[in-house]
Design a protein around this ligand. Structure first.
Ligand SMILES: [Zn+2]
Ligand SMILES: [Zn+2]
Length: 235
């Protein structure tokens, strides 16, 4: 795993600096992973949002939030999951480009003031990754984002606040209801959660089932609040 990590670092250093989406050359010295055009093309969730899960285009709570109460207080995302963000998260998750954590967290931090409804929080918690995934990948991309975001927002990074207590099947290929059942009861939070407000961080929001389960565990342990913030939202 260490060899894989070092190899990834080496590749990052040796590869020419090009836009992670369109492969346009990047200006020397930039930390940005996207070229100017791709960066300005990023879309924010706009218009009326579901007040609970942040889904765009909802007039009041969306069907999913009406169907079942969400375990989190609310969820918001920095951007919509458009092609440039797909390329970025793919490079971040599957190509070992862990150096993307910082620029991606900077993008997220810049969007936080747009979502004042998320409120204040004492600690930032990543959505735990499925253990077999983390073993294969060597890192949890949500934890890398959460650590950077905690630093940028001046709150404490607490990756151990929610931990997995039983194995669940990977979420890929499961239907929505199966996903909800698959993660239910999979997490546990410690007594340290009592009375505190948490920001649960993930890279991409799809069903929000896993983030919801992490929030549920925090609430069951007495947390005063659990809001979810993700880099991207799959609409
Ligand atoms: Zn580009
Ligand atoms: Zn909703």
């Amino acid at each position: 795993m260490l060899t894989k990590h070092i190899w990834g670092l080496l590749l990052n250093a040796l590869l020419p600096r090009t836009c992670a989406h369109c492969a346009e050359d990047l200006p020397a010295g930039t930390e940005q992973p996207l070229c100017g055009a791709c960066l300005t093309s990023l879309e924010r969730p706009a218009g009326p949002l579901c007040p609970v899960c942040g889904l765009p285009g909802a007039d009041g709570p969306c069907p999913a939030c009406r169907e079942a109460p969400r375990p989190f207080d609310l969820a918001r995302s920095a951007f919509l999951f458009t092609p440039p963000l797909r390329s970025l998260t793919h490079a971040f998750k599957y190509s070992g480009r862990t150096s993307l954590a910082r620029p991606l967290a900077l993008l997220m931090a810049a969007e936080l003031p747009r979502c004042p409804e998320l409120g204040t929080f004492d600690a930032v918690v990543p959505v735990p990754l499925h253990p077999s995934r983390e073993r294969r990948r060597g890192y949890n991309q949500a934890a890398l984002l959460a650590r950077e975001l905690a630093g940028l927002s001046g709150s404490s990074f607490e990756p151990g606040a929610v931990r997995r207590v039983r194995e669940t099947r990977p979420q890929v290929d499961l239907r929505r209801r199966e996903r909800l059942e698959n993660v239910r009861g999979a997490f546990e939070a410690g007594p340290g959660a009592k009375g505190r407000r948490f920001l649960v961080v993930d890279d991409v929001a799809t069903t929000l089932a896993t983030a919801g389960d992490a929030a549920r565990a925090l609430k069951e342990a007495g947390a005063a609040g659990a809001a979810v913030f993700t880099l991207a939202r799959e609409a």
